[in-house]
Structure formats: C-alpha cells, structure tokens
Ligand binder design. Structure first.
Ligand SMILES: *[C@@H]1O[C@H](CO)[C@@H](O)[C@H](O)[C@H]1NC(C)=O
Ligand SMILES: *[C@@H]1O[C@H](CO)[C@@H](O)[C@H](O)[C@H]1NC(C)=O
Ligand SMILES: CC(=O)N[C@H]1CO[C@H](CO)[C@@H](O)[C@@H]1O
Length: 509
C-alpha cells in the first residue's frame, strides 16, 4: 500500500522551454524534409546561443539540395525510399529527431507567438517544423533543414493546429509571501498523512512567494487534468483493455530485458566498493539549469566509470548552458537535446568556465584555449531508454544504470516536494501515456528497497542541505510523478580532432 496525498495544486506559471505542444499521434505520418546544402562548417541555422523562443529564425532556406519523403511510423520506425529501418523519436512535446538516409535531423515543432485581445498567445503547428539542424553519420557534412507534413486531401490545415496549453499569467495567490506559519502547518499536515517520508520547512522558502518557490523547484507549467485530456487522447487509458499498442510494446520489451541477466537487488554509484563516481551536489540557484547540471553530471560519471578514474574533475556546465542552440539556457531545456549538443559540438573541462547560479544572463564564452587543451571530449550514443520517448521501463532503466552508469530522469514536482527531507518520496502516481508532463530533471544514480518500499536514488541540484544530503529517494516502479516517463542516456568519447569545438571557439574569439 502506498499513501496517496491529495496535493494542493497551487502551482504558478513561468514558462520553461518552448511554447509548443505536439504529441506523437499528431507527428506520425508522411513528411517532406527539405534539406539545405551541406558543408564542413556546422551552422546555428539562425538560432540564438542559447536558443530564444522570441527570436526564432525564419523557416526558409536559400537553396534546397534535396527533398526527402519520409514516413514516420508509430512508434519509432522511419522509412524512406533508401532506408527501411530508420528511427525517429519525439523529444517530449517540443521537437523531433529523425535518422534516415545516413543523416540525423533535429527540429523543434513549429510555433507562433502573436497578440490577440491584448494578450500574448501561442499556437503550435504540429504539421510543420522550425528551421532545424542535420549532419551525416560521418559528422563531415552539416546543414539546416525544415519539414512539412504531407496532408491527405481530406485533411484541412486545422488538423495541424493546437493551442499550447501553457497558462499565461501566474495566479494572484502565487504572488503572496508565505510565512513560517503557513509552511509549518503544511509540513505538519504532510507528516500526519503518511509515514513514507518526512517533511520539514527549509528556511530558504519562508517569506518567498509560491511563484519564487516553484521557479526554483522547476515547477513551471500547470496542466489541469481537463487540459491534458483535451490534448492527449491516450490520457487516462493506461489500464485495462483500452491500453494503447505502444504501451503493450513497452511492456513486452521489459519482459525481454528481464531475461538477460540478473541485476543486483540494490545499486548506488555514490559507493561502489567504497568509491564514488559522481560530481558533488550543486545548487542551481535561480537559473533553470537542472537539465544541464544532470546531463553534465551523467556524462562525467560515465566517463569516470568507463576509465575507472573516479578523480576526473568533470565537465563545464556554462558552456552547453549558454552556447547550445538546442536549449533555452536558464529558461529550460531537455537532457536529450543537451546530450545531442554535447555529441554534435563537444565537451570542455570544468575549469574552462565558472558556473554562477545567480547569473541568469551569462553569455556563451570559453575561458580556455580549446586548441591548447590536452584532451577534449564529446558525447556519443545519446538516446532515450527503450529507444524512443515514452518507451522506458523500470527494468531497462536498472539495466543501463548498472551496466553503463547514471541516467537523466525528469519528473513533475508536486508542491510538497520542496518539504522533502528523508524517506521514500511518493505523492502523485502517473499513468503511462503518450506524453507525460515533467518539469524538473535530476540524475538517477541508484536503486534499492527499504522495508519492501522500492526506490530510485536521485541526485538533485537544490544544494546539499536539501533532502538526504542533496539526494532524494523516490518510489520506484510506479512512474511516481512521471519519473519513469522520460529517461535519457549518453556516453563519452575522447575527441582527438575537436573540429566543431574549434569552429565554435573561433566564432567566440
Ligand atoms: C560503502 O559501501 C560499503 C560496502 O560495499 C560499506 O561497508 C561502506 O560503509 C559504505 N560507505 C559509505 C560511506 O556509505
Ligand atoms: C583543467 O583541467 C584539465 C583536466 O580536466 C587539466 O588538464 C588542465 O590542466 C586544467 N587547466 C587548468 C588551467 O587548471
Ligand atoms: C497563452 C500563452 O501560452 N501565452 C504565452 C506565449 O508565450 C509567451 C512567450 O513565452 C508568453 O509570454 C505567453 O504567456
């Protein structure tokens, strides 16, 4: 039996990532990819560093070198006239990656910002993309592209248009400063309702508004249940006979993984025979950088594990945070895209830049001479566990965690999570779905069980004084708060010829 808390939904709204919302059933189908000319120089394709939702480049190319007709089949196979077994994935509700014909394509779904009735509105056009990026498998040819869905004659343009469900204005209540009395009574209520985990009041939250607390916690966007149902036809069908086929496939895969090799009953990369392979817990401050912190810590941990070198100092956060066109800097982003950028461009050592958690307006810069570095690295094999967004399972997560190292997971924090101090956190069960809202990324470093209560061990980025020395244990196996819904892995290779790093460094010099 797990306790169920009726959590107050007092969340405020502050936009993270991009104001676009597209689901897989809207994206799967036939597309035309318009590929611009390729060359040895990687282009930002007109995007800012980091990307800025309000400054998107026009979706046009001076020249189209090739038009590729591709069918994106549900859930993850992509077929062209040359490729029968290509792959594609959604990146949450924001972007798509398509791997066909020896190329890897990445683009955000198309969105438009405009004013109507005195308010800023956003519309997603899920049958089109923004201007995106591609390169060939050999990483020699780089270019820009955009894509359009091939419409059936009976479909109208309306099919491709959905309003973003992101709320615009923070509710008034979230602007009030919450005092110690409010917090103490909330924490006492949490402790009286269940005995799985212990709530306490952290001084840093007293006197802050909910808006401020939530931005720090990464709780950005409220989606009401009604809004979810409206945009997601699979929502709420995780059980019983109406279970969608992609979920059945995910379960079948879990069984296949189970047959492979027995895993230990518990695992913890903080202590493998007395050795830790992890970076120290950091405090991300007010910058929405959780996805970069978790991704950078995953890559560094995997490099240490692979080279049996626990003393490796780690990689720079600032560099991908402020230089990646695939993410929105302190306004948010995704581990899959951060891993892909580290794969496309590269990684520099921690001492090449300094992370200032209060500086939200940092700029893309390098504090070392890349050409003089003894070693540079890049990510490789960036992927969603299970092969595509939505395909992760508890068993596949455990398998990769033990065999290759930490993974980046995300969840949707409830308002009670900021009170977590110890125990096995449980609050809001999720139902597996085509898309599950999440707002905060952390590093998965281990698993175990306590009196039959199965948990994941997660490294958070809210400082060492939060939770269990900066970590939280969260219920495992029930998609608690969506923690098993979007799971990213990537490895690291040393790069003798850091061509893309040198190119970027030369534009910054
Ligand atoms: C690390 O694990 C070992 C068992 O492998 C245990 O004896 C030791 O106490 C642990 N160290 C810490 C700091 O938890
Ligand atoms: C930065 O760290 C790298 C290893 O990660 C090391 O080789 C280099 O000497 C360091 N540079 C400075 C200036 O400390
Ligand atoms: C209705 C809506 O979601 N409006 C948002 C669109 O995006 C802009 C820019 O991020 C926001 O300011 C609006 O609140």
């Amino acid at each position: 039996m797990r306790p169920l808390l009726a959590c107050t939904t007092l969340f405020s709204a502050a936009l993270a990532d991009l104001p676009v919302h597209c689901l897989r059933h809207q994206i799967s189908g036939r597309w035309e990819l318009f590929r611009g000319p390729a060359g040895p120089r990687r282009s930002s394709c007109g995007h800012q560093l980091p990307d800025d939702e309000a400054a998107q480049p026009p979706v046009e190319l001076p020249e189209v070198a090739e038009t590729i007709l591709v069918e994106l089949k549900d859930p993850n196979v992509a077929v062209t006239s040359q490729t029968r077994d290509g792959r594609w994935t959604m990146i949450y509700d924001e972007a798509m990656e398509v791997n066909v014909d020896g190329y890897s394509f990445l683009a955000f779904h198309k969105f438009e910002l405009f004013h109507k009735d005195g308010a800023q509105q956003n519309v997603s056009r899920c049958g089109e993309t923004q201007l995106g990026w591609y390169h060939d498998d050999a990483r020699k040819n780089w270019g820009c592209f955009y894509a359009r869905k091939v419409r059936n004659p009976e479909e109208t343009a309306e099919v491709f248009t959905t309003s973003s469900p992101r709320a615009a204005v923070p509710p008034r209540a979230s602007q009030e400063r919450l005092d110690a009395t409010y917090h103490n009574s909330f924490a006492a209520t949490l402790n009286s309702l269940q005995d799985w985990w212990t709530a306490k009041v952290y001084d840093r939250f007293v006197g802050q508004t909910l808006h401020e607390i939530n931005s720090m916690a990464g709780i950005f966007r409220p989606f009401s249940q009604a809004q979810r149902k409206e945009t997601d036809p699979y929502f709420g069908t995780g059980h019983g006979e109406s279970i969608p086929s992609f979920l059945q496939q995910a379960r079948a895969r879990t069984k296949a993984v189970k047959g492979r090799r027995p895993l230990p009953s518990a695992w913890d990369w903080r202590n493998v025979s007395g050795v830790s392979y992890l970076d120290e817990v950091i405090d991300q401050g007010t910058c929405g950088s959780c996805y970069i912190v978790a991704t950078t810590h995953m890559l560094a941990a995997r490099y240490r594990i692979q080279h049996k070198n626990p003393d490796f100092p780690g990689f720079s956060f600032n560099f991908p945070l402020f230089c990646s066109e695939y993410n929105q800097g302190c306004n948010g982003g995704y581990a899959f895209l951060a891993s892909r950028w580290a794969q496309d461009v590269g990684l520099v050592p921690k001492n090449c830049s300094h992370y200032d958690p209060e500086n939200l307006l940092g700029s893309c810069e390098l504090k070392c001479d890349v050409a003089a570095l003894q070693k540079t690295w890049r990510a490789t094999n960036h992927h969603y566990v299970g092969g595509y967004y939505g395909a992760a399972s508890e068993e596949a997560m455990k398998q990769e965690l033990v065999e290759r190292g930490p993974l980046v997971v995300s969840f949707e924090p409830q308002s009670d999570i900021v009170y977590y101090t110890r125990g096995v956190y449980t609050s809001a069960p999720h139902q597996r779905s085509e898309w599950e809202p999440v707002d905060h990324a952390v590093l998965l470093v281990g698993y175990g069980a306590d009196n039959g209560r199965k948990y994941w061990i997660l490294q958070n980025s809210w400082g060492k004084d939060w939770g269990e020395d900066g970590y939280i244990r969260m219920l495992r196996g029930e998609d608690e708060s969506g923690v098993e819904s979007i799971v990213v892995g990537a490895d690291v290779v040393e790069e003798a010829q850091p061509t893309m790093l040198l190119q970027l460094a030369s534009t910054l010099a």
